[in-house]
Design a binder for this molecule. Structure first.
Ligand SMILES: [Zn+2]
Length: 476
């Protein structure tokens, strides 16, 4: 799935400005099996075994003696309760020490009285008259509490999941079925959004949980390397995480590290930095992750300094990246012995923006991938004859950085940072979450990958990986 031979035959050909535009696959195309699209509704139906659901929702019930941390907590519970039972309440008394509500229908007997004890802000339910004198039809005529916020909490806690595949329509259907609330699209949409926010926790609580999360990760995964950088006021700056499985496994990988940065879209934005390798089966082998404010000299320098704890600076180590200046500076600084290569995909993109000509572009790609110096020199002369400006540009871009043949180390098939792009795509759903949830998504994904690979590796009869065996068969 994440196979990336050298990108030359896959992503490189996907330039919209070059060659035929690739056939676009619409992820929302109606050809998707319906099972997937309504997965969440099916789930809510199975969960919607009425008896079980009733039992679960009884956790919302009110009772004399119940304690609420503040009046706000009590009010929220009352809202959840009345939406569940499809009626509404009026407030009779509301002050610092007392809170009294009654059913909104005149003359009805349903009533809750709560008050504080001593100086504590906690509220206790003192009187609860749970029987209505009004009729079901009457009391359900008013429902001011059916807001996306309240419905979102009910949905999330009792009806269904809120994963990225869940669609607003199915949330609306489930809520209408369970609570008799009419849901149009936008209300369903906002309800799902609220449900997800409740599920994810706030961005702030992500930062609060970070130190204990890292501690737990280190405890559960021996050899894990974590580093939390705070500023002089104790505020978050950077976090670095390399799981024990990566630290242990990297010894067996070819010494080519692809680094990249990608934007996060949560409330505090930030950038996710990654260091990846490729395993013997041409699959992504994640090494380390960091969340920083932005890509600059300081953050990249910090990232490589942490990375050096698990990957020492040495000759023969290759680090591939895009052409970001800060990466170049940081590598010179922290990894003076390693060889730096730039991603040819990024180089081609720059060329396409500046120079015309399909033929000459093909030659550049060929030149980058040459195995023999004599081949390269011949092609490079051809480029010079066709387009002297482009030739000059490529020389200034430094042939040691973008060609296989002049690269001062060994970059094998890794001419691009495509594996980083694949990684970013695999994590795209996590990029809006709070910081702990981002790291947790990475952990869950890596656990799945490594578990699948272990099973796969054990099923191989020879020492060669499945992908490599295939390549060998093609070549002989
Ligand atoms: Zn009533």
């Amino acid at each position: 799935m994440f196979d990336d031979s050298d990108g030359a035959s896959s992503e490189d050909d996907n330039f919209s400005t070059y060659g035929e535009s690739p056939i676009e696959e619409d992820e929302d195309s109606p050809t998707l099996p319906s099972k997937k699209r309504y997965q969440n509704f099916l789930m809510s139906e199975s969960k919607g075994n009425l008896e079980v659901l009733k039992l679960e929702m009884s956790s919302l019930d009110l009772a004399v003696g119940q304690r609420y941390l503040t009046k706000k907590h009590l009010k929220r519970r009352l809202k959840l309760f009345t939406v569940r039972h499809q009626f509404d309440f009026d407030v009779e008394i509301s002050n610092l020490t007392t809170y009294v509500v009654k059913c909104w229908v005149d003359g009805c007997t349903w009533r809750v009285r709560a008050s504080t004890e001593g100086l504590s802000p906690q509220f206790y339910i003192r009187i609860y008259d749970s029987d209505h004198a009004c009729s079901v039809t009457e009391r359900s005529n008013r429902s001011r509490n059916e807001t996306p916020d309240i419905l979102g909490e009910l949905y999330k806690n009792f009806l269904g999941n809120v994963g990225p595949a869940v669609r607003p329509e199915s949330v609306g259907i489930a809520i209408t079925k369970q609570f008799g609330v009419k849901m149009e699209y936008w209300k369903s949409h906002r309800t799902l959004k609220c449900a997800r926010e409740i599920d994810e926790g706030t961005p702030e609580c992500g930062f609060e949980l970070l130190p204990s999360y890292l501690y737990m990760i280190r405890r559960a995964n021996p050899n894990t390397v974590t580093r939390l950088q705070i500023d002089e006021l104790g505020r978050f700056m950077y976090v670095f995480l390399a799981f024990g499985a990566s630290v242990n496994g990297f010894h067996f990988m070819r010494k080519v590290v692809v680094v990249d940065g990608t934007f996060l879209n949560g409330k505090y934005k930030g950038t996710l930095l990654t260091a990846l390798a490729q395993d013997g089966n041409f699959q992504i082998f994640p090494i380390a992750f960091a969340v920083v404010d932005t890509e600059n000299d300081d953050s990249w320098n910090w990232f490589f300094t942490q990375l050096k704890v698990l990957i020492p600076d040495q000759e023969g180590l290759a680090i591939i990246s895009d052409r970001h200046n800060s990466i170049g500076k940081a590598i010179t600084n922290v990894y003076p012995l390693a060889a730096r290569g730039i991603c040819t995909y990024h180089l081609y993109k720059n060329i396409l923006g500046r120079y015309k000509g399909k033929d000459v572009f093909r030659l550049v790609k060929k030149a980058a991938r040459c195995f023999k110096m004599s081949d390269f020199d011949m092609i490079f002369e051809e480029i010079e004859a066709l387009n002297p400006d482009l030739h000059g540009y490529l020389e200034r871009a430094d042939v040691r950085l973008w060609t296989r043949v002049y690269f001062p180390g060994e970059r094998y098939n890794l001419m691009t940072t495509n594996i980083a792009e694949s990684m970013n795509r695999a994590l795209s759903h996590a990029r809006g979450l709070n910081i702990v949830r981002i790291l947790e998504s990475i952990r869950v994904m890596m656990t799945r990958w490594f578990a699948e690979r272990r099973v796969d590796a054990r099923s191989q009869s020879k020492n060669l990986t499945a992908e490599y065996k295939q390549k060998q068969q093609i070549n002989y």
